[in-house]
Design a protein around this ligand. Structure first.
Ligand SMILES: Nc1nc2c(ncn2[C@@H]2O[C@H](COP(=O)(O)OP(=O)(O)OP(=O)(O)O)[C@@H](O)[C@H]2O)c(=O)[nH]1
Ligand SMILES: [Mg+2]
Length: 213
């Protein structure tokens, strides 16, 4: 089930992410997006699933993207430049399905994220993050439906793998991959990660580099 990445790709990805990474800008609305001139990979998923933490783990920079115990931390599209010369951009996004926030705010985030994912010409891949403890939820399926309909390539990534037992992780990984394989725009392999323990981070770096190459 676990995907095998080429050792050279893993090493190239390690080097790339160990190099310069810089916050570029924060876009509260689509008219504030940076120019679409570099390949991009975006982090999507429910509020609190660990999008910002995973971006920090990939780039090995704690505090680059702001994280929080409280859902709804990330409220804008945040762009990070990777590489010098610039190679690609990572996009940290607000979460889906944050019930406690005011309805109009939730709607605004949802439109912002969906419009970006559907309409961004330079977006090479969306990473759709799924909490290992919960598996795929209805709101995740809505996002996947949207990405499939728009033919936007995406990969499912399990987060917080350190929070469950190995046997449970194997089971949720199998269920998740099974669902991914039925989806036209989804990568058939998933990656299980823990930002806390570093699990799957080298592989995800390779997957990102592969997506933008
Ligand atoms: N144990 C564990 N906790 C994690 C992991 N990743 C994230 N967390 C915790 O989960 C909480 C939410 O993480 P964030 O990275 O802020 O989540 P987010 O998806 O960016 O959330 P929003 O911006 O609100 O949508 C924080 O308290 C993190 O410390 C992980 O791999 N393991
Ligand atoms: Mg966040």
């Amino acid at each position: 089930m676990a995907e095998e990445f080429d050792a050279d790709l893993i090493e190239a990805a390690r080097k790339t992410f160990a190099g310069p990474v810089a916050f570029l800008k924060s876009a509260p609305a689509l008219q504030h997006l940076p120019e679409a001139d570099v390949p991009e990979v975006a982090f999507a998923g429910r509020s609190n699933v660990g999008k910002s933490s995973l971006l920090n783990a990939l780039t090995n920079r704690n505090g680059l993207a702001r994280t929080s115990n409280t859902p709804g931390r990330t409220q804008e599209l945040n762009f990070f430049d990777v590489g010098e010369p610039l190679r690609f951009r990572l996009v940290d996004m607000p979460g889906y399905g944050f019930a406690e926030a005011p309805k109009d705010i939730v709607k605004k985030w949802r439109f912002l994220v969906n419009d970006f994912l559907r309409g961004r010409s330079t977006l090479k891949r969306a990473l759709v993050l799924i909490d290992s403890r919960h598996g795929i939820k209805p709101v995740d399926r809505e996002v996947m439906d949207m990405l499939d309909a728009a033919a936007v390539s995406y990969r499912l990534v399990l987060t917080k793998a350190d929070k469950i037992k190995a046997s449970e992780l194997a089971a949720v990984a199998e269920r998740t991959a099974e669902e991914a394989r039925k989806r036209p725009a989804a990568h058939p392999e998933i990656i299980a990660t823990s930002s806390e323990k570093g699990l799957g981070i080298a592989e995800l770096r390779a997957a990102v580099l592969e997506a933008v190459s």
